[in-house]
Design a protein around this ligand. Structure first.
Ligand code: ADP
Ligand code: MG
Length: 813
């Protein structure tokens, strides 16, 4: 535990100058120095006198004005019980072991002390990491980060969200600039191991949200690695709805003097406004039950928990195809991180929606206004039940939880819940209200091979999840009606599950020998033998008919519940421990061998082809006369290349091949140059002829192209239009006169299709183009023509004398 270990620093670090402040911050900054110092002194003097029983509002806590403002703006006024109880102790610098129901506001209970701790120490950006907050899932880390942004909005600390699935390099560069880090265990350890800029030696406060999960088997080695790297002098805050009581855990974190804040004896472990029930359904009827439930709750927001990614994927995909009439979403660990965040946000936003999820969504996530939580597959234990159910009925809201149990699971699970004082009532389903989508599902699977494979994987993964469960009193894989279950998923043929076959064989053999020995084994030893026989098939995942990928233990990104799900249960098996090491090594060797076998480079492929002496086919083209058409582009040009090809030495001489390529390249370049030259020539020619034509004739034909560009068309075979239509006029005469003229032909063809002779019309209108005009002799063609005529007429009417006089006058002038 650490209290003010850091000497007070003046509040004048250089980075403040360059920082951009918003309007409000900028104003306050001028007076912040003396104000902060004064405030810190005042707050420090009030710390010792905090009395949780007297706290009614957040304003009753001695908190900085920046934090108070953040709390006020986020609309928090009255602290919840866990906040009232823990914030005071935490402000005093004590370690906390906080437990409180789901949705009771634990996030603020640790965020406020974190911020205040750093503020009281005048932490600045240049001081490095001040606090580390660890969450078991990425979504929860993201959610804590969002809450921190709200309540810490007026402080100057920088916070970083360090979770997997993002660019590690990007994070690495910014790590040293973060004051508060919110992270998942795997990613944090990765930075500790790989990032030279990461320095946790300055850390003041460590928080574990969902602490029992962070400290359980799944994260054990990762957390041990992290704790080793943290300064022992620190404040530690542990929060969860199901707090760890393990002495070992507490010793690991040196939490002997922590303040233990637990709900009172009378208080239920689950929220009071959560209505909890369970229903007993045969495995093969589960899909029908779920489908009918969704169809009859279309206006509700529900979360459906399933035990594996593959089940979530399949149920989501097939239900989407069945179109229930409400939005469907799916959240599971193998999705890309960006998709996960998008789905999380979408589910928060929507109100009529069903989310299919694995247990990555079971811890801590605060989805607003969830009406129903349905646990389709029985939870591993009571703890998991509490967290799943706790996604609804959060902070005074109401909610319902429905647990779906198989007949074989009922007795054991209900007893466990009763033991934990969780009140669940059995409800019965009205069979009349059930609608089976089986027929339609079969149809979809018949059409879609991929979907069928997804269904097969879902089937195997469910059986495997039951098989791996620790509590054999509840989970009994031999009691599953696998054939009927496969059919209920829409599978016509039941996929083979080899590990189950082997397991059953072994079980039968064991029973046989037991009988032969005549010794009745006790129920306890039966349990043990079951576990013993189970331990082996677990290592033979690769043998499954349908590939079942367990996460690799070396995976650095082991931050999710999802990814750890199977590992925990494996390690929980005490009997496994004895065989685990050897098997692990074997499995590793197998894995590396498989990886090696899989890698097939292009060179290896080429070698294989060469070995087989495969002759690839070539395409030969002939012209109509039957002579071969040689494609010069594909012919080898250089002598070197031809020599090289003719050598029949086998294999590839890389050096000579390079030379050959270089030689051929020369020819290619030459050919390319010639082509470019030829193209330029053609272009030049074109532009030249266009220029000429522009000078001669600006006309453009009907189709927008120069008439001269058109190839000369022989239209002599066409019938004479004049004869066809009996048209006889002066124009036709003139057209006849211009037979040689291309344009005349066009106008002729135009008249055949009953188009107005536009070009001729235009020509007549422009009238100033004597060189190409076909009607230069026409009567109204020349503008000067009428003037000449008038002059001739006047001259004819004058006598010789009169004409002479006019001429003399004109000359005289
Ligand atoms: P927990 O971590 O205990 O499961 P959260 O911290 O996620 O609970 O809080 C649950 C909900 O209650 C959140 O939506 C949060 O905004 C709200 N909440 C927390 N504290 C308060 C408070 N003092 N007043 C009103 N709402 C609160
Ligand atoms: Mg929480």
């Amino acid at each position: 535990m650490m209290q003010n270990k850091k000497p007070n620093k003046p509040f004048q670090k250089g980075f403040q100058k360059g920082r951009k402040f918003n309007k409000y911050q900028h104003k306050s900054q001028a007076s912040s120095k003396p104000r902060d110092d004064e405030e810190i002194e005042r707050l420090r003097s009030q710390l010792e006198s905090i009395d949780p029983s007297k706290i009614k509002l957040f304003t009753d806590f001695p908190l900085s004005w920046k934090t108070q403002k953040g709390i006020r703006e986020a609309n928090y006024k009255v602290p919840t019980e866990i906040q009232r109880e823990s914030i005071g102790h935490a402000l005093q610098g004590r370690d906390i072991l906080g437990a409180a129901q789901t949705g009771s506001g634990k996030t603020l209970a640790f965020l406020i002390p974190v911020i205040e701790n750093l503020y009281m120490k005048k932490w600045t950006r240049l001081d490095g990491i001040g606090a580390i907050i660890i969450s078991p899932t990425r979504e929860l880390a993201y959610q804590i980060f969002e809450t921190l942004k709200k309540v810490g909005a007026h402080h100057d600390f920088s916070a970083g969200l360090i979770i997997g699935g993002k660019n590690l390099k990007f994070e690495k560069k910014r790590m040293d600039q973060c004051n508060i880090i919110i992270c998942t265990p795997g990613r944090l350890l990765q930075h500790m191991d790989e990032n030279p800029l990461f320095d946790a030696s300055t850390m003041q406060v460590l928080v574990l949200d969902e602490a029992d999960r962070c400290l359980d088997m799944g994260f054990e080695t990762t957390m041990n690695g992290i704790i080793e790297n943290l300064p022992p002098e620190r404040q530690t805050l542990l929060f969860s709805a199901t707090q760890t009581k393990s002495v070992k855990d507490l010793a690991r974190l040196s939490l002997d003097n922590a303040v233990n804040i637990a709900p009172s004896e009378q208080q239920a472990v689950t929220p009071d406004n959560l209505k909890q029930s369970y229903v007993v359904v045969n495995l093969e009827d589960k899909i029908t039950m779920l489908w009918s439930f969704i169809k009859s709750h279309l206006k509700q927001k529900c979360i459906v928990f399933l035990s594996s990614c593959k089940q979530v994927k399949y149920i989501y995909e097939i239900f989407c195809k069945l179109r229930p009439g409400t939005s469907l979403l799916a959240l599971y660990g193998t999705l890309h991180q960006d998709r996960r965040v998008a789905i999380y946000q979408e589910f928060c936003r929507k109100s009529n929606v069903v989310l299919f999820a694995t247990d990555i969504a079971s811890r801590g996530l605060d989805f607003p206004t969830v009406n129903w939580v349905i646990q389709m597959d029985c939870p591993e234990d009571v703890t998991q039940y509490i967290h799943r159910a706790g996604r609804t009925a959060r902070h005074k809201a109401r909610g319902e939880s429905l647990l779906v149990l198989l007949p074989s699971e009922e007795e054991g699970m209900v007893a466990e819940l009763k033991n934990a004082k969780i009140d669940v009532n059995q409800i019965h389903i009205d069979p009349k209200r059930l609608f089976s989508p089986k027929g339609k599902m079969e149809g979809f699977l018949a059409q879609n091979k991929e979907l069928k494979e997804t269904a097969q994987r879902a089937f195997v993964s469910y059986i495997k999840s039951v098989f791996l469960m620790k509590n054999k009193k509840i989970f009994n894989v031999s009691k599953l009606n696998t054939d009927e279950y496969a059919k209920s998923l829409g599978l016509v043929v039941v996929p083979r599950v080899r590990f189950l076959e082997r397991f059953k064989k072994r079980q039968a053999a064991a029973q046989k020998t037991n009988k032969e020995d005549g010794s009745e084994s006790s129920s306890e030893s039966e349990d043990e033998s079951e576990e013993n026989t189970e331990a082996k098939p677990l290592r033979k995942d690769n043998d499954d008919d349908v590939n079942f990928n367990l996460p690799h233990s070396d995976d650095s990104e082991n931050s999710d519940v999802e990814e750890e799900l199977f590992k925990i249960k494996r390690r929980d098996h005490e009997i496994e421990e004895s065989v685990s090491k050897k098997d692990d090594e074997e499995a590793k060797a197998e894995l590396t061998a498989a990886r090696k076998a899989k890698v097939l480079t292009k060179a290896a492929l080429a070698k294989r082809v060469l070995k087989k002496r495969i002759q690839t086919n070539t395409k030969v083209e002939f012209n109509e006369d039957g002579t071969e058409l040689l494609d010069t582009r594909k012919q080898l040009q250089s002598d070197l290349a031809r020599d090289y090809i003719n050598q029949d030495e086998g294999g590839i001489d890389i050096e000579t091949a390079k030379k050959v390529l270089r030689e051929e390249d020369k020819f290619d370049k030459k050919r390319f140059k010639e082509i470019v030259k030829a193209k330029h020539k053609v272009q030049k020619k074109k532009s030249k002829s266009k220029k000429n034509e522009d000078e001669d004739d600006d006309e453009v034909d009907d189709f927008g192209s120069d008439a001269d560009d058109e190839p000369e068309v022989d239209l002599s075979w066409l019938p004479d239009p004049d004869k066809c239509y009996n048209v006889v006029n002066s124009d036709s005469d003139s057209d006849d006169n211009d037979d040689e003229d291309n344009k005349g032909e066009v106008s002729e063809s135009e008249s055949l299709v009953h188009r107005p002779p536009k070009r001729l019309y235009e020509k007549k209108k422009s009238g100033n183009d004597s060189a190409t005009s076909s009607d230069s002799d026409g009567e109204d063609d020349d503008e000067d023509e009428p003037r000449n005529k008038k002059a001739k007429q006047i001259a004819n009417k004058l006598s010789l004398n009169e004409a002479e006089m006019i001429a003399m006058q004109l000359l005289g002038k």
